[in-house]
Write a protein that binds this ligand. Structure first.
Ligand SMILES: Cc1cc2nc3c(=O)[nH]c(=O)nc-3n(C[C@H](O)[C@H](O)[C@H](O)COP(=O)(O)OP(=O)(O)OC[C@H]3O[C@@H](n4cnc5c(N)ncnc54)[C@H](O)[C@@H]3O)c2cc1C
Ligand code: FES
Ligand code: FES
Length: 449
């Protein structure tokens, strides 16, 4: 096991030790490296002002991912290339994306501009990352207005590559290709970080340290650090184990590792269920989907997580692993009460198994929220009809995500009150939530029932 974090940064290898479990990349950049181009806006992954790019070698080449550095643990840099706005263009020669932003009047006070540029450069380096307009969804601008930025996004794939950046890409690719896949175990006075690459090591660590915090993409855990000021004494990363990041299309099922990112399973999932395109596009942002995982979305036990109702409607199962063995359960059985799940102290969520599409199947997913992009669900209603079997997954309408069991069996919407007890809060009243849910289920049943 290595005891240092090693990553490619500013054209050379960097080694960091000691690192605390709560060390995050944005303060590392701004305070330790004095690289202040990445800005701190919200400090919770919402505004994108801190966006940088993380590149990893997949074996075939580099894969580029914009990330919110304010909630990115420093340990996540291991084995990666961190590109910041300081790597893009310079005083004499702007990168084509920067140049286009200036010409389109896409910047005014400039606070948000490095973040927008980094999101767009990520999509420029890797055109398969997202639709150009999607690249803007995780970045906020408070003064310019979005017209110019949208113009830049629309012309993104016609802009030339920057030879200076391409030279850096080639050097980083050669360096990262040669890296090993050894795990990480770092013990410092401030705490402990483990990132095992062997599943048996992960389960053994979980057995010995049930109080340690498991971390997938840290898109929830990062906020515990920046907002709740949690002092995490010991974190165990799940995403170094290949078993937990695997995504495979099998005979009848789609297998999704609990630590596979939304970005990683996007294509195979949408190939089976193109109806989920809008749902996935509206889950967080490109930055959040490039880090967030199903394991994290389930384990946090939130009643408003967007994936549980969808996986419930699709009749998916999940497999929990421990040193004692594994057990598989329907995803709806995982949620016991408000933020209480069936995950044992020595268990880790291993993977999800989603049945593949069957002929004639119908699926409808509606996320009701106050804003289209990057908003928390007011309610999420997922309806699926496979043969005669109707399944309805609901989020934001009870203490846990749940199936509308009574309506599913009786097919009578009067029974909806037996399934849900919506709350009133700042997002919507109880009455509104009930009405919108009833209306959306009715429209699905009338069309397909
Ligand atoms: C700006 C922003 C927008 C967001 N938008 C949405 C949204 O639209 N919809 C939505 O549902 N969520 C949203 N989220 C929340 C978050 O992105 C998701 O919940 C995500 O799926 C969490 O995954 P993660 O890997 O980052 O979890 P982490 O932060 O790494 O972990 C979350 C919890 O899960 C536990 N955990 C992680 N992996 C495992 C495992 N394999 N086994 C057991 N426990 C595990 C951790 O210990 C922790 O308790 C948003 C977050 C941000 C910052
Ligand atoms: S500072 Fe707002 S997303 Fe990081
Ligand atoms: S240019 Fe001022 S916030 Fe975007």
């Amino acid at each position: 096991m290595r005891t240092t974090i090693r990553f490619w940064f500013r054209d050379q290898w960097h080694e960091l030790t000691p690192v605390s479990p709560t060390d995050l990349v944005l303060p590392f950049l701004r305070e330790q490296c004095r690289l202040v181009g990445s800005k701190e806006g919200c400090n919770e992954g919402d505004c994108g002002a801190c966006t940088a790019i993380l590149a990893r070698h997949t074996g075939k080449g580099l894969e580029f991912q914009p990330v919110n550095t304010c909630i990115l643990p420093v340990a996540a840099l291991d084995h990666a290339w961190l590109l910041t706005i300081e790597d893009i263009g310079d005083h004499h020669q702007l990168h084509p994306v920067q140049d286009a932003t200036v010409k389109a009047n896409g910047t005014q006070c400039g606070f948000c501009t490095p973040g927008f540029v980094m999101s767009l450069v990520a999509g420029h380096l890797q055109p398969t990352l997202a639709e150009p307009l999607q690249l803007l969804a995780g970045n906020l601008c408070r003064c310019t207005g979005y017209g110019g930025l949208i113009d830049v996004a629309r012309q993104l794939h016609t802009l030339p590559q920057d030879p200076h950046l391409q030279a850096k890409v080639e050097r980083a690719e050669a360096a990262l290709k040669a890296t090993d896949s050894e795990g990480l175990a770092m013990i410092t006075p401030e705490g402990r970080i483990d990132a095992p690459t062997q599943l048996s090591d992960l389960l053994e660590l979980r057995r010995i340290y049930p109080d340690a915090t498991l971390v997938g993409g840290a898109t929830d855990v990062g906020l515990w650090i920046t907002k709740r000021l949690d002092q995490l004494a010991h974190v165990i990363f799940t995403g170094w184990c290949p078993e937990l990041t695997a995504v495979e299309v099998r005979d009848r099922t789609l297998h999704i590792g609990a630590a596979a990112t939304y970005q990683a399973f996007r294509d195979p999932l949408l190939e089976q269920y193109p109806e989920l395109t809008e749902w996935l596009d509206r889950l967080g942002s490109v930055q959040v989907r490039g880090r967030g995982t199903l394991g994290g979305n389930f384990a946090n036990g939130s009643p408003i997580g967007d994936s549980p109702p969808v996986l419930m409607a699709l009749d998916a199962t999940m497999t929990l692993l421990s040193y004692r063995g594994e057990r598989t359960l329907p995803v709806d059985a995982f949620f016991k009460d408000y933020r209480i799940t069936d995950l044992g102290p020595d268990e880790v969520i291993g993977w999800f198994t989603v049945p593949r599409r069957t002929p004639g199947m119908r699926l409808q997913v509606d996320k009701v929220s106050r804003r289209i992009d990057q908003d928390i669900s007011t309610a999420l209603i997922a309806c699926a009809l496979r043969g005669d079997a109707l399944r309805i997954g609901l989020g934001g309408l009870a203490a846990t995500p749940r199936l509308a069991n009574h309506v599913m069996h009786s097919r009578n919407l009067r029974d909806l009150s037996l399934d849900i007890t919506p709350l009133s809060d700042l997002r919507a009243s109880s009455h509104y939530r009930y009405q919108v849910t009833e209306g959306l289920i009715r429209s699905f049943m009338e069309e397909h029932g």
